[in-house]
Design a protein around this ligand. Sequence first.
Ligand code: FCB
Length: 460
Amino acid sequence: MTNSNEPVRFPDSFIWGAATASYQIEGAAREAGRGPSIWDTFSRTPGKVHAGHTGDVACDHYHRYRDDVALMAELGLHTYRFSIAWPRVQPDGTGPVNPYGLDFYDRLVDELRGRGIEPIITLYHWDLPQTLEDRGGWTNRETAEAFAEYARAVYARLGDRVQTWTTLNEPWCSAYLGYGAGVHAPGRTDPAATFQTVHHLLLGHGLANQALRAAGASTVGITVNPTSAFPADPASEADAKAVELVEDLQNRIFLDPILRGGYPQRILDHVSRFTSLDHIRDGDEKIIGEPIDLLGINYYSPTYLAARDGAPGGGGAFPGTEGIEFIAPEPPLTDMGWQIQPSGLTALLSKLGRDYPGVPMIITENGAAFPDQLHPAGDRVDDSDRVAYLDGHLRAAHAAIAAGVDLRGYLVWSLLDNFEWSYGYDKRFGIVYVDYLTQRRVPKASARWYQEVIRRNGIG
Ligand code: FCB
């Protein structure tokens, strides 16, 4: 299915869009009262981000949003997923709301709707106010409570015009890469902090979900990045066990509390090797398990695992996985070194549809970095490798729908080349090229291809 040249058509109601995140595109890091976030601090810490890049200017979207929205309209996007920078709204993370920070999102929402593009808001795409981190960040339960306050403030301003709200983006990355492996802000390397963070992110999600719903929000969800993991040897029971543990740590630790009412005992046992469970209080799982309307799935590449004595495991990103080998990705690879395997997406969606029935899914991110070159004429980028990647993954998504998965839409990552976290501006994920010297936008061949996919509601 996934590699054929057969034409495919998506359901009539299928939603097409693109995604970005505040710190990766906005710039204007000190404008209109924005406070510092953990990514401002992290990117200024020597050695943490490629070539010392920061999000200070990024794509300057804060000032160029009108042109960017015009481009989205030209491409025919139905929806645009963006995140709100918490430190623009509450510079210190709690307390008085900065109306000037919200003004920007007010203008952006109006601009989008004026062009017939439906906004999808992500409330937290990793830019925690630094003041909250100074008080323990997500290891502190109060951060979850502050998050719900912040959600309430954003909804009060934009709720009359925005239907779809998602709480967190990829809490696995926030917790394990931020507090475990230390490769994302705030750069901590403490497994106890990692698991406390997991819980407080989930609690923040639950409290924000309650707050949004009480305020009248009709569609509330969350975006996760579940692993699509496979045993190196399909016949090996030990490899299957390795897959189960890694899925526990990346998928079930989030999705079971959200969609099945609580943590499985096996996961609590694993967590208690690293921290007491005192941070999980009576009643928390009930809050976390309140119904959601939409599950956002981000997928980029598969993971292959083998049980092997002496293997170091996944380090801080997967505490307690010693004895598991994370197999090096096999070509074809993207510029991130990520294995290209569209069938991993079909498998993941099908599995999630089986394990967590009843909640509609949307692909909130999928895409690829390639070393794009602006054509010497300056007017185009021939990114046929990205077109092939997207083509394969859309066919894979279509195969999941054909197999009965309730998948409502697809959002490409990303609209624009942008600040790719610890890789800085070195990795280009956009369907639109950004010349960082001039801030000129040049739609790549993939943007034109995607425009045609949207127009036809399918491929071919
Ligand atoms: C995801 C992030 C997104 C972007 C892509 C490449 O993990 O949510 O911001 O960095 O990866």
